[in-house]
Design a binder for this molecule. Structure first.
Ligand SMILES: [Zn+2]
Length: 189
């Protein structure tokens, strides 16, 4: 079954967001994952996809249970359950981005919430909660936190952001890492 052409602009947006995440150093070569809400499920990067070098073939369309919908699609990201939990729990979420912003990860070990001191951080993301969960068990806590705030940290692991589109989710992740870097540079970390 050929992929619905209506997916093309969504996939193109996610490819560009992935490139920006990688070039900004917000993920390693093979880290992170991206998705867009699609029907009852999502269109999500495949397992092990390189976010800086995505192609349309590296996305998988999954249903609400995470089952791949097309035989030729790659296996969906191992974070698929987390993305689907966000779409189910947060109606306004159209895109979910997972990245590894290193400054925010460094702060997450000792903090229960990241509280920016810079102006942009205070305006956009005044409080970024840090949830304590093993990666495999983080779907519930991440989705619950994203009902209240646009970006959340999983302690010692990384950030999940939701947006009306990929650019908005990228903005939250970028703002978070900038705020965390400033906290560290200012000696508050
Ligand atoms: Zn991760």
């Amino acid at each position: 079954m050929p992929r619905d052409p209506a997916l093309t602009p969504l996939v193109e947006m996610l490819i560009e967001v992935g490139r920006d995440l990688r070039s900004a150093g917000l993920v390693t070569s093979h880290g992170g994952n991206l998705s867009a809400r699609w029907g009852q499920g999502a269109c999500i990067t495949g397992t092990g996809a390189m976010l800086g070098r995505l192609t349309p073939e590296q996305f998988a369309v999954v249903d609400s249970h995470g089952r791949a919908q097309a035989m030729h699609d790659p296996p969906p990201s191992s974070d698929t359950a987390i993305h689907l939990a966000v779409y189910e729990g947060v109606p306004e979420a159209q895109v979910v981005v997972h990245a590894h912003p290193v400054h925010a990860i460094a702060l997450s070990f000792d903090w229960d919430a990241i509280l920016p001191i810079n102006l942009e951080g205070q305006l956009f993301i005044p409080r970024v909660p840090v949830v304590e969960a093993a990666w495999q068990a983080s779907a519930g806590p991440v989705a619950e936190a994203l009902r209240e705030v646009p970006v959340v940290m999983v302690r010692g692991h990384g950030a999940y952001a939701r947006g009306a589109d990929g650019w908005e989710a990228l903005k939250w992740i970028s703002a978070l890492d900038e705020a965390a870097q400033i906290l560290i540079l200012a000696g508050k970390g």
